[in-house]
Design a protein around this ligand. Structure first.
Ligand code: 0A1
Ligand code: ZN
Length: 880
């Protein structure tokens, strides 16, 4: 394991590599504990590097067997080798070939970085710095090489042998007990995109004809017996390939595209060139085992990894500071794909929900960092909501600012100009500046300034003058290392509605013709005052439509205006936002004991109307009926957070809505029952979502009724979505019915890992005192394992992130549980332990007693010996 290095890595220190590696020939002899790796590197000095520099190759935990230079075996006097570095002080000025033999132990690799085993298969994960755990290399994204990979193994151990690129040759050796395969990837790539798989796997095959008529063989490799569960992923892959051609003109470039699903994986999936490796959670689905959410997740992640082929692989990142260049852009692309495949409005709502749930808290706490950080200790800790989700929002805001056409021309320019290169954020923005003719240097501040801007508005209507004056101000709160903030460029989409819901023409001397025509105000300074004229009566303003920028907007409109927006706004995002704002107001009125304001009749009346029209768009209605989460409430509260108080207020509103709308909800629950066979499409999923939100609210208002309905639904459900929703309702209602349902669920699905993950998760989220003990006991369950990241996340992340009252229990028991798990896990899998500890990212907003409890635990963690670089980095910054 890598231990803390003292030196921080800074963007300002970037220097080109001293050497170029034109080609890499790799030779693997797979063995469970002693895999032999021979790497033949064609090296030459980089004209942009330092003349005469020594060759220093990265390693991590490597065992060196031997080194040859241009065919001559080198002795220890010729080089210095440690497990994490190979230095050759004197190498030729002319191009030379360096051959390095290392030995690695895949079975002992519990970090799941480098070459490791998942079940009986061999697989790799090289992003960000895993390749150096396989061989010594210039393991940095700006060193691009053409790879040829030969893999040999016992046929019985690994009948399938895969690597990047196209298959070249394969055959038997040793009389057929062993075999080999050779793969060649003609596209120069950085080492983090290297991949290898060996194992005994089942396969599903298909083909795709590209826009220029080339036939690509598609294959998804899964555990034997799971083939029928890969159909939806294959379908999503073909739709992704077509969509990228149609929307971005991007064609696939190899003869084959392979996906392998493994059960042990630190993240969601990985975009290795031509050989994507996936967490099986994002490949395997059947109606009986996967929920609608799982299907949507598969579609999104399959698309995401596929889209990386252009945004990430053909054009890669110059250095890891530019991570958002591939991640933010690819998230933007997968969100657009999902919007086109499903409902654009519902996709937008759920993307913003996700951003507010994970990124806003990150940006407001001690782990805040710019979308393009300028310093890091451990790059693995920067695969964050900020880099991914805020990175995507910036690109969407850019498109909103310059318009669809210029955006598309900018993308075309980017693909044309930087294909085959390792690029920077500046390179990317330069294409849009050129395409739009706009100076984007101010816009670029979004990449370097952390923190969520707060936009405050004030409104004034002058009936005599028939003017409506809107004042917009922005301010970004300080974040670690950035106390002073500058105004950013915030596109604020807006519309004004008359009282009866008519959209008004925008006329003003304070905004440009372009702004008025597009209904888009560019707030690029601390304050703008815009006086709209010819406004016949006091209007209702719909601001930040479609969530046009990743900012917070305050204050929410008056309740009557929210009710009007909920009824009339033609922007579905702001209609949803109006329902959320009304619910927030009702919840905080309860928190503050404000009797009058806690009357939720306005909200329940509006929701009743919505339910009456739900048939038209059930998925939207389901979103509007889903109350802000406890995390949303904590973020809105901002400081002195007491999760118990927020929980109680939220429950009280749920109960009131459940009681007020009881009959309407029951009608919905009965009417939207699945008519026939399960289909995963968005419309069917929307009907199920509405039905299950209704069930949840019915149970909140009337426990007995809810229990009876949930039990019946649990018995008769024809798919996992309805079954799990019923189980979740029972889980919250408690009693014998709950325990009985959990036992039966387990008996039915034992051994089916992805389903059993759900069983662990639901138990971890029961908002009752006994849950902490329950989680501890579940950790001793035979199906629990610290070695499987999905299982750890199912139980421990669910507890820490989705059970706020228990995790933040005042006796510190929740924090103690997390501390123990994190310390036990760290020597095994530091990436996972660091990620788990990030659950504490908002600890400074807690009230004083809980803050003290957390601080003691963080200090305890930091005092432990042999912490990984990953965990130390998070603990240090969290305390910072
Ligand atoms: N690039 C992948 C995610 C990924 C990142 C890091 C990993 O290991 C540290 C693994 C996967 C993606 O965006 O899908
Ligand atoms: Zn990605």
């Amino acid at each position: 394991m890598r231990h803390p290095s003292t030196a921080a890595i800074r963007l300002a220190d970037y220097r080109p590599a001293d050497f170029v590696i034109d080609s890499v020939e790799l030779d693997f002899s797979l063995n469970p504990t002693k895999t032999k790796v021979v790497a033949r590197l064609a090296l030459r000095r980089n004209p942009a590097g330092e003349a005469g520099a020594p060759l220093v190759l990265d390693g991590d935990d490597l065992t060196l067997i031997g080194v040859r230079l241009d065919g001559r075996a080198l002795g220890p006097q010729d080089y210095a080798a440690t497990p994490d570095k190979l230095t050759l002080a004197a190498v030729p000025d002319a191009p030379f070939v360096l051959e390095i033999e290392t030995q690695v132990d895949p079975s002992a690799n519990t970090q799941l970085s480098g070459l490791y085993r998942s079940g009986s298969a061999y697989c790799t994960q090289c992003e960000a710095e895993g390749f150096r755990r396989i061989t010594y290399f210039l393991d940095r994204p700006d060193v691009l090489s053409v790879y040829t990979t030969r893999i040999e193994a016992e046929k019985s151990d690994a009948p399938i042998l895969l690597s990047n690129g196209n298959p070249v040759e394969s055959g038997d050796i040793d009389g057929g007990t062993r075999h080999y395969a050779i793969w060649r990837d003609p596209f120069p790539k950085p080492s983090y995109l290297f991949a290898l798989v060996g194992g005994d796997l089942g396969v599903v095959r298909d083909a795709f004809k590209t826009m220029s008529g080339r036939l690509v063989d598609l294959a998804i490799y899964v555990e034997h017996g799971k083939e029928p569960r890969a159909g939806y992923a294959m379908d999503a892959l073909k739709r992704s390939m077509r969509w990228d051609e149609e929307k971005f003109g991007r064609e696939y470039d190899l003869d084959v595209f392979n996906i392998v699903a493994v059960s042990d994986f630190n993240m969601g999936a990985m975009e290795n060139k031509g050989l994507n490796i996936f967490n099986d959670k994002y490949v395997l689905a059947s109606p009986e085992t996967a929920t609608d959410g799982d299907y949507a997740g598969i579609e999104g992640v399959i698309a995401h990894e596929y889209f990386h082929n252009w945004t990430g692989n053909r054009i890669t990142c110059r250095d890891w500071f530019q991570l958002c260049l591939k991640e933010g852009l690819t998230v933007f692309r997968d969100q657009e794909f999902s919007a086109d495949m499903r409902s654009r409005a519902v996709e937008r709502i759920s993307d913003v929900r996700g951003l507010r749930l994970a990124q806003f808290p990150e940006d407001a706490g001690p782990l805040a960092h710019p979308v393009r950080p300028d310093v890091y200790q451990e790059i693995n800790n920067f695969y964050t909501a900020t880099v991914y989700e805020k990175g995507a929002e910036i690109i969407r805001a850019l498109r909103t600012l310059i318009g669809e056409d210029d955006f598309r021309r900018g993308m075309d320019l980017y693909f044309e100009r930087f294909d085959g290169a390792a690029a920077t954020v500046e390179d990317f923005l330069s294409c849009f500046a050129e395409a739009s003719g706009r100076d984007l240097s101010h816009f670029a501040l979004w990449y370097s300034q952390a923190g969520t801007p707060l936009v405050t508005t004030s409104e004034e209507y002058d009936a005599a003058a028939k003017t409506f004056t809107l004042t917009l101000r922005q301010e970004t709160p300080p974040t670690p290392g950035q106390s002073e903030k500058r105004p950013v460029v915030i596109p604020i989409a807006l519309a004004l509605f008359s009282e009866n819901g008519q959209k008004l023409d925008l006329a003003s001397e304070d905004a440009s013709a372009r702004e008025l025509a597009r209904g888009l105000i560019e707030l690029d300074r601390p304050e703008r005052v815009i006086r709209f004229r010819d406004i016949p009566s006091r209007p209702v303003a719909s601001l930040l439509r479609g969530f046009s920028a990743p900012v917070r907007l305050e204050p929410a409109p008056a309740s009557e205006d929210l009710e009007r927006l909920l009824a009339h706004d033609d922007d579905p995002f702001n209609r949803w936002q109006a329902a959320q704002s009304l619910a927030l107001r009702a919840i905080f009125a309860r928190v503050n004991g404000d009797g009058a304001a806690s009357d939720a009749r306005g909200l329940t009346d509006a929701l009743r109307l919505l339910l009456a029209k739900a048939e038209g768009d059930p998925a939207f209605a389901a979103q509007a009926l889903s109350l802000p989460s406890e995390i949303d409430l904590a973020r809105e509260k901002g400081s002195d957070v007491d999760p118990d108080v927020l929980f109680a207020a939220r429950q009280s509103l749920r109960a009131e809505i459940g009681r007020a709308l009881g009959e309407a909800l029951e009608t919905i629950h009965a009417r939207f029952a699945d008519p026939g066979a399960y289909a995963p499409d968005a419309a069917s999923a929307g009907r199920r979502a509405l039905r299950n939100v209704a069930l949840d609210l019915i149970a909140a208002g009337d426990a007995d009724k809810g229990r009876a309905l949930a039990q019946a639904q649990f018995e008769t459900a024809g798919n996992m979505t309805d079954r799990l929703a019923a189980l979740a309702t029972l889980a919250h209602l408690g009693g014998a019915a709950r325990e009985d349902a959990f036992a039966r669920f387990y008996a039915q699905y034992a051994g089916d890992a992805l389903v059993i993950d759900k069983w662990f998760s639901l138990q971890a989220t029961i908002p009752e005192e006994a849950t902490t003990r329950r989680v501890q006991e579940l950790m001793t369950h035979p199906e629990f394992s610290m070695s499987n990241p999905n299982r750890v996340r199912a139980l421990i992340s669910a507890f820490a992130n989705a059970n706020l009252t228990r995790f933040h229990a005042l006796d510190g028991s929740g924090y103690d549980l997390l501390t123990r798990v994190v310390l036990e896990l760290d020597p095994k899998n530091p990436q996972l332990s660091a990620r788990l500890l990030s659950s504490l990212r908002s600890w400074r907003t807690l009230e004083a007693r809980r803050r003290e409890l957390v601080e003691t635990r963080l200090k305890h963690i930091l005092a432990a010996e042999n912490l990984s670089a990953d965990l130390r980095d998070i603990a240090t910054r969290a305390l910072g």
